[in-house]
Design a protein around this ligand. Structure first.
Ligand code: CMP
Length: 139
């Protein structure tokens, strides 16, 4: 089925001017960018977005990193977009990511791993609504 998922190009990637290269990987896989904006999250906003991880030992580091530099938040649309996006990103830890994936090619570490993608339908709905209004989604 056609799905939408929320993608974030993280500070380590925007800082290294990799936005276009990351988007190309998604587009080459058949995903379409139907909404996109570059924003600089406050620590409070980053903390709210990652609230489900608030008890994890890396939460403070994650919030600090995600608010350190601008990010590009996008809605990607396509057939099985949620799974496809995760396949193109590769494993969270770049050391475990498959050849040709974004994290294999660009990520620096488990934390500075270049991209975020929704992990389920429920997350995708919540995460898209966190960043975009219906008016901003142009299919
Ligand atoms: P993301 O998909 O954005 O969702 C939660 C993030 O936490 C994850 O990607 C990683 O970047 C980050 N993360 C997971 N494990 C660690 C870790 N051990 N140290 C730092 N960050 C982590």
């Amino acid at each position: 089925a056609t799905e939408r998922t929320l993608s974030i190009i993280k500070p380590d990637a925007t800082k290294r001017n990799l936005t276009g290269k990351v988007v190309s990987k998604f587009e080459d896989a058949g995903l379409r960018v139907v909404a996109s904006k570059r924003i600089h999250l406050s620590p409070a906003q980053a903390g709210a977005f990652y609230a489900e991880h608030s008890e994890r030992p890396f939460y403070g580091e994650l919030v600090e990193f995600m608010s350190s530099e601008p990010v590009v938040v996008q809605v990607l649309e396509g057939e099985n977009a949620i799974a496809k996006n995760r396949e193109v990103m590769g494993a969270t830890d770049p050391a475990e990511a498959a050849e040709g994936t974004i994290r294999k090619d660009f990520a620096l570490s488990k934390g500075e791993n270049s991209v975020h993608g929704s992990d389920s339908k429920e997350s995708a709905e919540r995460e898209i609504a966190f960043f975009f209004s219906g008016l901003e989604l142009v299919g």
